[in-house]
Write a protein that binds this ligand. Structure first.
Ligand SMILES: NC(=O)C1=CN([C@@H]2O[C@H](COP(=O)(O)OP(=O)(O)OC[C@H]3O[C@@H](n4cnc5c(N)ncnc54)[C@H](O)[C@@H]3O)[C@@H](O)[C@H]2O)[C@H](O)CC1
Ligand SMILES: [K+]
Length: 258
């Protein structure tokens, strides 16, 4: 379920965390949904809440007066972004949500949007997004189900984000990056940080992710054991922990910054 490549992900304490391919992560999801839990609604809520907290950390003390733009796709990745948009708006942040195709939203992401619509947050199409004054862009366009080069409304949103000077925070995987291989078949987001869910993905190369943070979405150890993964929880008392990658690109980055 892990490898290709020699990706080794470790916490600051040196604990190794197993990486999974798209197929491996789908299997985690399947076991959770059909057997151990949590349900998709719960996992997405945990993802979105962690994402909102990470966004607040990135914006610093001025977060409540910063403009946040949340770019959301139609699938599970978008659902986490919409959930984060609600948590931020509930706290009085200035949030604009842009969903690529509202009519294409899956059931759980559509429910997340229904809840978001009860907040003070705004919705806008990509063409209506502010050109400047944005403090943070949350990238929840495409996750581990990316197939080929981004196209259509997702591509338009990636282009808008890449032209925007604000730092980006990607959910699970930078949109446009293949979560298994790290390939970029077309345009892709270049984030300052990536918050990945449950387990790191094999394609999360250091030169693509910015800071890499792992978020707990409530999956029990039994789920990973059923997959035969050697897993020890890296979270301790936290819900988010920074990870280090030891792929060759990180070596290159370290060499450049020395
Ligand atoms: N256990 C977990 O880790 C959980 C992860 N979650 C998040 O869900 C996504 C995966 O969700 P999924 O619905 O499978 O798909 P995506 O959101 O990645 O993609 C949505 C949608 O995008 C379309 N698409 C695919 N390729 C392209 C392309 N090249 N251009 C344009 N559009 C494209 C396609 O139609 C897809 O359906 C995972 O990454 C996590 O963020 C859940 O929150 C729950 C548990
Ligand atoms: K993403």
């Amino acid at each position: 379920m892990g490898t290709p490549g020699q990706e080794i992900f470790t916490t600051a304490d040196g604990l190794a965390v197993p990486a999974v391919t798209e197929e491996g992560m789908r299997e985690v999801d399947r076991i959770a949904v059909e057997d151990t839990g949590p349900a998709l609604f719960q996992m997405m809520e945990n993802a979105g809440r962690n994402l909102a907290l990470q966004a607040i950390d990135m914006m610093g003390p001025a977060w409540a007066s910063s403009k946040v733009v949340v770019l959301a796709g139609t699938g599970g990745n978008g659902g986490g972004g919409i959930c984060a948009a609600r948590h931020l708006a509930n706290r009085g942040a200035d949030v604009t949500l842009s969903v690529t195709r509202v009519e294409g939203l899956g059931e759980v992401p559509a429910y997340q949007r229904h809840v978001f619509l009860g907040t003070q947050g705004r919705e806008a199409s990509v063409g209506e997004l502010p050109a400047d004054g944005v403090g943070l862009v949350i990238d929840a366009l495409l996750g581990y189900s990316l197939k080929g080069a981004p196209r259509g409304a997702a591509l338009e949103a990636i282009r808008w984000a890449n032209a925007c000077a604000a730092p980006k925070l990607s959910l699970d995987v930078p949109s446009g990056v293949n979560s298994t291989t790290g390939d970029t078949p077309g345009e892709y987001i270049k984030p300052a940080a990536t918050l990945t869910l449950a387990l790191p993905k094999t394609g999360l190369k250091a030169h693509l992710t910015g800071d890499l943070i792992l978020a707990d979405i409530g999956i029990p150890v039994a789920c990973y054991q059923k997959m035969g993964l050697k897993y020890q929880s890296p979270f301790g008392a936290a819900y988010r922990v920074p990870l280090r990658q030891s792929d060759s690109a990180q070596g290159e980055r370290a060499a450049i910054s020395r």
